[in-house]
Design a protein around this ligand. Structure first.
Ligand code: 9D3
Length: 253
């Protein structure tokens, strides 16, 4: 699957492409990432990519012409790609969108802005969608583009090891994760829950589901709204809610 990014800071993407799951996916030819720098399309001596905003005010704006040529060069390679401008004004990117892009193999041409953003006419003429990754202020769109790429590429078949991919459609989908432990069974006076040390796989499954429901109910109750629940989950959640406030429960904050 092909991805393209228009960016003034292509070296930032080394962090994504040289190490980890995305690097493996690229080496296995599951994903390909093209980087397009508007500075390479400037024609003036100073290779100018920004200019002062019409109407005045602080900050600079990314100029139309170098961006346009970077976008059109990327489109010549990826004519079918959905053009996405990463911006704080965009709709929130979430796991549903990551899954939709990966499942539909929809190529993406991501535009990462710097300064105060891009000339609005780039959005009018080239951009299909604007995506934000959350309500906090970044210094540019590159980290957001990398978040999108990581979230999508790890979902592509073959990108993860078997164990991880099996977990991807886990029965605890849409819940926070349960606690994890590894050896030793006791350290600094802290022990591993005994159920995990026994061999009762259904008891372990039930404990993990209860822990996931308990954590989700406490930390992210919004995730439970509108989530389909099995009869077993409904039962466990009812027990958790009935017991919430008990001394026993206070260890799970
Ligand atoms: C402090 C500058 N702001 C003036 C009101 C506007 C502003 C411009 C450019 C704020 C952030 C940015 C750069 N951010 C992104 O390019 C960006 C972003 C983000 O900041 N938060 C969440 N998602 C994204 S996607 C792209």
């Amino acid at each position: 699957m092909r991805f393209d990014v228009v960016t003034l800071m292509p070296a930032m993407f080394d962090a994504l492409t040289k190490e980890g799951v995305v690097a493996k996916a690229i080496n296995r030819q599951i994903a390909q990432i093209g980087l397009w720098n508007p500075r390479d399309y400037t024609t003036d001596l100073h290779r100018t990519v920004d200019d002062r905003p019409y109407g005045g005010g602080p900050g600079m704006v990314m100029k139309y012409q170098p961006l346009q040529q970077a976008i059109e060069s990327a489109q010549a390679v990826s004519p079918q790609a959905k053009v996405v401008y990463l911006s704080p004004q965009g709709r929130r990117f979430d796991q549903h969108q990551a899954k939709a892009v990966a499942a539909g193999r929809q190529s993406l041409l991501l535009i990462a802005g710097r300064y105060e953003g891009v000339d609005e006419r780039i959005i009018q003429r080239y951009v299909d969608e604007e995506w934000s990754i959350g309500d906090y202020v970044l210094s540019g769109g590159e980290l957001a583009a990398m978040v999108v790429l990581d979230a999508v590429i790890r979902l592509l078949p073959g990108a993860l090891g078997d164990a991880d991919s099996a977990q991807q459609d886990s029965f605890m989908d849409g819940l926070l994760d349960c606690p994890h432990y590894t050896r030793p069974d006791e350290i600094d006076g802290l022990s591993v829950p005994s159920v995990l040390q026994g061999g009762n796989h259904d008891a372990i499954r039930r404990w993990r589901l209860q822990q996931a429901l308990m954590r989700t109910n406490r930390r992210r109750p919004d995730l439970l709204q509108g989530r389909h629940m099995t009869v077993e989950e409904e039962k466990f959640l009812a027990e958790i809610i009935a017991a919430s406030g008990d001394a026993e429960q206070t260890q799970e904050q």
